[in-house]
Ligand binder design. Structure first.
Ligand code: GDP
Length: 300
Protein backbone atom coordinates (compact mmCIF):
# COMPACT_ATOMS: atom_id res chain seq x y z
CA UNK A 1 0.00 0.00 0.00
CA UNK A 2 2.80 2.43 0.90
CA UNK A 3 4.57 1.85 -2.40
CA UNK A 4 1.36 2.35 -4.35
CA UNK A 5 0.71 5.49 -2.34
CA UNK A 6 4.17 6.77 -3.24
CA UNK A 7 3.73 5.86 -6.90
CA UNK A 8 0.52 7.84 -7.33
CA UNK A 9 1.68 10.78 -5.23
CA UNK A 10 1.66 13.20 -8.14
CA UNK A 11 -1.75 12.07 -9.33
CA UNK A 12 -3.14 12.31 -5.79
CA UNK A 13 -1.75 15.79 -5.18
CA UNK A 14 -3.17 17.08 -8.46
CA UNK A 15 -6.55 15.52 -7.82
CA UNK A 16 -6.72 16.76 -4.23
CA UNK A 17 -5.69 20.28 -5.22
CA UNK A 18 -8.44 20.41 -7.77
CA UNK A 19 -11.03 18.82 -5.54
CA UNK A 20 -10.24 20.92 -2.47
CA UNK A 21 -13.25 23.19 -2.71
CA UNK A 22 -15.71 20.43 -3.58
CA UNK A 23 -14.54 18.17 -0.77
CA UNK A 24 -14.65 21.01 1.76
CA UNK A 25 -18.40 21.40 1.26
CA UNK A 26 -20.34 21.20 4.47
CA UNK A 27 -23.82 21.56 2.97
CA UNK A 28 -25.68 19.17 0.71
CA UNK A 29 -23.95 18.66 -2.63
CA UNK A 30 -25.81 20.47 -5.42
CA UNK A 31 -25.70 20.37 -9.20
CA UNK A 32 -23.05 23.05 -9.47
CA UNK A 33 -20.66 21.10 -7.22
CA UNK A 34 -21.30 17.99 -9.28
CA UNK A 35 -20.44 19.98 -12.39
CA UNK A 36 -17.21 21.08 -10.75
CA UNK A 37 -16.43 17.47 -9.93
CA UNK A 38 -17.20 16.48 -13.52
CA UNK A 39 -14.69 19.02 -14.86
CA UNK A 40 -12.07 17.78 -12.38
CA UNK A 41 -12.53 14.13 -13.35
CA UNK A 42 -12.34 15.04 -17.03
CA UNK A 43 -9.06 16.87 -16.41
CA UNK A 44 -7.64 13.84 -14.59
CA UNK A 45 -7.35 11.46 -17.56
CA UNK A 46 -10.18 9.32 -16.23
CA UNK A 47 -11.83 9.68 -19.63
CA UNK A 48 -15.19 11.04 -20.74
CA UNK A 49 -17.10 7.74 -20.72
CA UNK A 50 -16.06 6.88 -17.18
CA UNK A 51 -16.71 10.43 -15.99
CA UNK A 52 -20.19 10.52 -17.55
CA UNK A 53 -21.07 7.22 -15.94
CA UNK A 54 -19.84 8.22 -12.48
CA UNK A 55 -21.65 11.55 -12.65
CA UNK A 56 -24.89 9.85 -13.70
CA UNK A 57 -24.71 7.55 -10.69
CA UNK A 58 -23.92 10.42 -8.32
CA UNK A 59 -26.79 12.53 -9.70
CA UNK A 60 -29.24 9.69 -9.21
CA UNK A 61 -28.01 9.17 -5.71
CA UNK A 62 -28.33 12.92 -5.08
CA UNK A 63 -31.94 12.88 -6.29
CA UNK A 64 -32.87 9.82 -4.28
CA UNK A 65 -31.41 10.68 -0.92
CA UNK A 66 -29.15 13.67 -1.25
CA UNK A 67 -25.38 13.78 -0.70
CA UNK A 68 -24.45 15.26 2.66
CA UNK A 69 -21.39 17.37 1.96
CA UNK A 70 -17.87 16.78 0.67
CA UNK A 71 -16.88 13.88 2.90
CA UNK A 72 -19.92 11.90 1.81
CA UNK A 73 -19.21 12.77 -1.82
CA UNK A 74 -15.66 11.47 -1.45
CA UNK A 75 -16.93 8.22 0.06
CA UNK A 76 -19.33 7.74 -2.87
CA UNK A 77 -16.66 8.64 -5.42
CA UNK A 78 -14.36 6.00 -3.95
CA UNK A 79 -17.09 3.37 -4.37
CA UNK A 80 -17.70 4.47 -7.96
CA UNK A 81 -14.00 4.33 -8.90
CA UNK A 82 -13.62 0.94 -7.28
CA UNK A 83 -16.62 -0.38 -9.19
CA UNK A 84 -15.18 0.70 -12.54
CA UNK A 85 -12.01 -1.28 -11.80
CA UNK A 86 -13.72 -4.31 -10.30
CA UNK A 87 -15.86 -4.76 -13.38
CA UNK A 88 -12.82 -5.76 -15.44
CA UNK A 89 -10.92 -7.61 -12.71
CA UNK A 90 -10.43 -11.25 -13.63
CA UNK A 91 -8.53 -13.77 -11.55
CA UNK A 92 -5.48 -14.99 -13.47
CA UNK A 93 -5.96 -18.59 -14.47
CA UNK A 94 -2.71 -20.49 -14.44
CA UNK A 95 -2.41 -23.54 -16.70
CA UNK A 96 -2.78 -26.96 -15.11
CA UNK A 97 0.73 -27.93 -16.11
CA UNK A 98 3.81 -25.75 -16.70
CA UNK A 99 5.28 -23.93 -18.48
CA UNK A 100 3.05 -20.90 -18.29
CA UNK A 101 3.78 -18.69 -21.29
CA UNK A 102 3.48 -14.92 -20.92
CA UNK A 103 3.83 -12.73 -23.99
CA UNK A 104 4.80 -9.08 -23.57
CA UNK A 105 3.55 -6.72 -26.28
CA UNK A 106 3.56 -2.96 -26.72
CA UNK A 107 5.10 0.03 -28.45
CA UNK A 108 8.86 0.68 -28.10
CA UNK A 109 9.76 3.07 -25.35
CA UNK A 110 6.86 2.12 -23.11
CA UNK A 111 9.19 0.08 -20.90
CA UNK A 112 8.44 -3.36 -22.36
CA UNK A 113 11.94 -4.79 -22.03
CA UNK A 114 12.44 -3.36 -18.56
CA UNK A 115 9.08 -4.79 -17.48
CA UNK A 116 9.95 -8.19 -18.95
CA UNK A 117 13.11 -8.18 -16.82
CA UNK A 118 11.28 -7.03 -13.69
CA UNK A 119 8.61 -9.66 -14.19
CA UNK A 120 11.25 -12.39 -14.43
CA UNK A 121 12.70 -11.20 -11.11
CA UNK A 122 9.18 -11.06 -9.61
CA UNK A 123 8.47 -14.71 -10.41
CA UNK A 124 11.98 -15.75 -9.38
CA UNK A 125 11.37 -14.13 -6.00
CA UNK A 126 8.25 -16.28 -5.70
CA UNK A 127 10.47 -19.31 -6.11
CA UNK A 128 9.31 -20.17 -9.62
CA UNK A 129 11.74 -21.21 -12.34
CA UNK A 130 11.76 -18.72 -15.19
CA UNK A 131 13.02 -18.71 -18.77
CA UNK A 132 13.26 -15.49 -20.79
CA UNK A 133 12.91 -15.24 -24.55
CA UNK A 134 14.31 -12.19 -26.34
CA UNK A 135 12.12 -11.99 -29.43
CA UNK A 136 12.23 -8.22 -29.89
CA UNK A 137 14.42 -8.62 -32.93
CA UNK A 138 13.50 -5.18 -34.23
CA UNK A 139 14.93 -2.75 -31.70
CA UNK A 140 18.74 -2.76 -31.79
CA UNK A 141 19.54 -2.83 -28.07
CA UNK A 142 16.55 -4.85 -26.84
CA UNK A 143 18.30 -8.21 -26.84
CA UNK A 144 21.43 -7.04 -24.99
CA UNK A 145 19.27 -5.11 -22.57
CA UNK A 146 17.28 -8.22 -21.72
CA UNK A 147 20.52 -10.17 -21.34
CA UNK A 148 21.56 -7.78 -18.58
CA UNK A 149 18.21 -8.28 -16.82
CA UNK A 150 18.52 -12.05 -17.18
CA UNK A 151 21.96 -12.01 -15.53
CA UNK A 152 20.76 -9.74 -12.76
CA UNK A 153 17.93 -12.05 -11.78
CA UNK A 154 19.87 -15.20 -12.60
CA UNK A 155 17.41 -16.40 -15.21
CA UNK A 156 18.38 -18.21 -18.43
CA UNK A 157 17.68 -16.45 -21.73
CA UNK A 158 16.98 -17.73 -25.22
CA UNK A 159 17.77 -15.19 -27.91
CA UNK A 160 18.20 -14.74 -31.60
CA UNK A 161 20.18 -12.16 -33.54
CA UNK A 162 18.76 -8.73 -34.35
CA UNK A 163 16.62 -8.92 -37.47
CA UNK A 164 16.06 -12.65 -36.96
CA UNK A 165 12.68 -14.37 -36.95
CA UNK A 166 10.95 -13.83 -33.59
CA UNK A 167 8.91 -17.00 -34.05
CA UNK A 168 12.08 -19.04 -34.48
CA UNK A 169 13.40 -17.68 -31.18
CA UNK A 170 10.07 -18.41 -29.55
CA UNK A 171 10.07 -21.95 -30.90
CA UNK A 172 13.49 -22.58 -29.38
CA UNK A 173 12.40 -21.00 -26.10
CA UNK A 174 9.24 -23.15 -25.85
CA UNK A 175 11.28 -26.29 -26.53
CA UNK A 176 13.88 -25.24 -23.95
CA UNK A 177 11.23 -24.40 -21.34
CA UNK A 178 9.75 -27.87 -21.75
CA UNK A 179 13.12 -29.60 -21.68
CA UNK A 180 14.26 -27.72 -18.57
CA UNK A 181 10.89 -27.95 -16.85
CA UNK A 182 10.67 -24.15 -16.46
CA UNK A 183 7.52 -22.95 -14.75
CA UNK A 184 7.25 -19.58 -16.48
CA UNK A 185 8.36 -18.49 -19.94
CA UNK A 186 8.31 -14.73 -20.52
CA UNK A 187 8.61 -13.51 -24.10
CA UNK A 188 9.67 -9.98 -25.08
CA UNK A 189 8.26 -9.17 -28.55
CA UNK A 190 8.97 -6.45 -31.11
CA UNK A 191 6.88 -3.34 -30.66
CA UNK A 192 7.30 -1.48 -33.88
CA UNK A 193 5.84 -2.98 -36.96
CA UNK A 194 4.68 -0.91 -39.86
CA UNK A 195 0.96 -1.55 -39.94
CA UNK A 196 -1.73 -3.21 -37.91
CA UNK A 197 -1.81 -6.05 -40.45
CA UNK A 198 1.94 -6.66 -40.02
CA UNK A 199 1.58 -6.60 -36.27
CA UNK A 200 -1.38 -8.98 -36.37
CA UNK A 201 0.45 -11.39 -38.66
CA UNK A 202 3.58 -11.36 -36.54
CA UNK A 203 1.76 -11.88 -33.24
CA UNK A 204 -0.50 -14.52 -34.79
CA UNK A 205 2.49 -16.43 -36.06
CA UNK A 206 4.08 -16.27 -32.62
CA UNK A 207 0.89 -17.46 -30.98
CA UNK A 208 0.58 -20.41 -33.34
CA UNK A 209 4.23 -21.30 -32.77
CA UNK A 210 3.80 -21.30 -29.00
CA UNK A 211 0.54 -23.23 -29.19
CA UNK A 212 2.14 -25.94 -31.30
CA UNK A 213 4.60 -26.78 -28.53
CA UNK A 214 2.67 -25.84 -25.43
CA UNK A 215 -1.11 -26.36 -25.25
CA UNK A 216 -3.05 -23.17 -24.46
CA UNK A 217 -0.01 -20.91 -24.88
CA UNK A 218 0.32 -17.98 -24.61
CA UNK A 219 -1.61 -18.13 -21.36
CA UNK A 220 -1.28 -14.41 -20.78
CA UNK A 221 -0.62 -11.60 -23.21
CA UNK A 222 0.33 -8.44 -21.34
CA UNK A 223 0.24 -5.10 -23.08
CA UNK A 224 2.78 -2.65 -21.70
CA UNK A 225 1.48 0.92 -21.61
CA UNK A 226 3.26 4.10 -20.55
CA UNK A 227 1.13 6.03 -18.05
CA UNK A 228 2.76 9.34 -18.98
CA UNK A 229 1.29 9.21 -22.49
CA UNK A 230 -2.24 9.52 -21.10
CA UNK A 231 -5.07 9.37 -23.62
CA UNK A 232 -2.63 9.03 -26.56
CA UNK A 233 -1.42 5.77 -25.10
CA UNK A 234 -5.00 4.50 -25.26
CA UNK A 235 -5.11 4.96 -29.02
CA UNK A 236 -1.92 2.93 -29.46
CA UNK A 237 -3.15 0.33 -27.02
CA UNK A 238 -6.33 -0.15 -29.01
CA UNK A 239 -4.23 -1.16 -32.02
CA UNK A 240 -2.65 -3.93 -29.98
CA UNK A 241 -5.91 -5.16 -28.50
CA UNK A 242 -7.23 -5.46 -32.05
CA UNK A 243 -4.13 -7.34 -33.20
CA UNK A 244 -3.51 -9.66 -30.24
CA UNK A 245 -5.64 -11.32 -27.60
CA UNK A 246 -4.44 -9.06 -24.82
CA UNK A 247 -5.42 -10.35 -21.37
CA UNK A 248 -4.10 -7.54 -19.18
CA UNK A 249 -2.17 -4.28 -18.98
CA UNK A 250 1.12 -3.43 -17.33
CA UNK A 251 1.08 0.31 -16.70
CA UNK A 252 4.62 1.66 -16.50
CA UNK A 253 6.02 4.96 -15.22
CA UNK A 254 3.14 5.49 -12.83
CA UNK A 255 5.78 7.08 -10.59
CA UNK A 256 6.47 9.88 -13.04
CA UNK A 257 3.01 11.13 -13.85
CA UNK A 258 -0.05 12.98 -12.59
CA UNK A 259 -2.07 11.01 -15.14
CA UNK A 260 -2.75 7.96 -12.98
CA UNK A 261 -6.45 8.40 -13.73
CA UNK A 262 -5.70 6.57 -16.97
CA UNK A 263 -6.15 3.28 -15.06
CA UNK A 264 -9.89 3.99 -15.03
CA UNK A 265 -10.00 4.93 -18.71
CA UNK A 266 -8.22 1.64 -19.50
CA UNK A 267 -10.90 -0.30 -17.64
CA UNK A 268 -13.74 1.48 -19.43
CA UNK A 269 -12.29 1.91 -22.91
CA UNK A 270 -10.21 -1.25 -23.30
CA UNK A 271 -12.22 -3.41 -20.88
CA UNK A 272 -8.94 -4.75 -19.51
CA UNK A 273 -7.54 -4.85 -15.99
CA UNK A 274 -4.19 -3.35 -15.06
CA UNK A 275 -2.36 -6.33 -13.57
CA UNK A 276 1.01 -4.79 -12.75
CA UNK A 277 2.22 -1.23 -12.29
CA UNK A 278 5.76 -0.04 -13.02
CA UNK A 279 6.85 2.44 -10.38
CA UNK A 280 10.53 3.04 -11.18
CA UNK A 281 13.50 1.79 -13.16
CA UNK A 282 14.84 -0.77 -10.71
CA UNK A 283 14.19 -4.49 -10.49
CA UNK A 284 11.88 -4.25 -7.50
CA UNK A 285 9.86 -1.40 -9.02
CA UNK A 286 6.98 -3.54 -10.22
CA UNK A 287 3.83 -3.86 -8.13
CA UNK A 288 1.05 -6.37 -8.58
CA UNK A 289 -1.87 -4.01 -9.14
CA UNK A 290 -4.43 -3.84 -6.37
CA UNK A 291 -7.48 -1.72 -7.21
CA UNK A 292 -8.37 -1.16 -3.56
CA UNK A 293 -4.91 0.18 -2.75
CA UNK A 294 -4.93 2.25 -5.93
CA UNK A 295 -8.27 3.96 -5.28
CA UNK A 296 -7.46 4.51 -1.61
CA UNK A 297 -4.10 6.00 -2.57
CA UNK A 298 -5.72 8.33 -5.09
CA UNK A 299 -8.35 9.69 -2.74
CA UNK A 300 -6.30 9.64 0.41
P1 GDP B 1 11.01 -0.66 -24.51
O1 GDP B 1 11.49 0.06 -25.73
O2 GDP B 1 9.51 -0.62 -24.45
O3 GDP B 1 11.54 -2.02 -24.34
O4 GDP B 1 11.44 0.27 -23.28
P2 GDP B 1 12.58 0.09 -22.18
O5 GDP B 1 12.31 -1.11 -21.37
O6 GDP B 1 13.90 0.21 -22.82
O7 GDP B 1 12.29 1.36 -21.25
C1 GDP B 1 12.38 2.69 -21.71
C2 GDP B 1 12.80 3.59 -20.54
O8 GDP B 1 11.75 3.67 -19.57
C3 GDP B 1 14.02 3.10 -19.79
O9 GDP B 1 14.82 4.19 -19.49
C4 GDP B 1 13.45 2.49 -18.52
O10 GDP B 1 14.34 2.53 -17.45
C5 GDP B 1 12.26 3.39 -18.28
N1 GDP B 1 11.19 2.74 -17.48
C6 GDP B 1 10.59 1.55 -17.72
N2 GDP B 1 9.64 1.31 -16.78
C7 GDP B 1 9.62 2.36 -15.93
C8 GDP B 1 8.85 2.71 -14.75
O11 GDP B 1 7.95 2.00 -14.30
N3 GDP B 1 9.15 3.91 -14.15
C9 GDP B 1 10.13 4.73 -14.64
N4 GDP B 1 10.33 5.88 -13.99
N5 GDP B 1 10.86 4.44 -15.73
C10 GDP B 1 10.63 3.28 -16.37
Amino acid sequence: FDRMRQAVARTRTTLNDRMGAVLALTRAVDESSLEDLEAILLASDIGSTTTAEILENLRQRGMRQGIEGGAELKRLLRIELKQVLDRVAVPVRHPASPPEVIMMVGVNGTGKTTTTGKLAAHYRAQGRTVLLCAADTFRAAAIEQLEVWAQRSDVPLIKTRQGGDPSAALYDACAAAKARGSQVLIVDTAGRLHTKTDLMKELDKMRRTAEKLIPGAPHQTLLVMDATTGQNGLTQARLFTEAARVTGIVLTKLDGTAKGGIVLAIATELKLPVVFAGVGEKMEDLLPFDSEAFVDSLLD
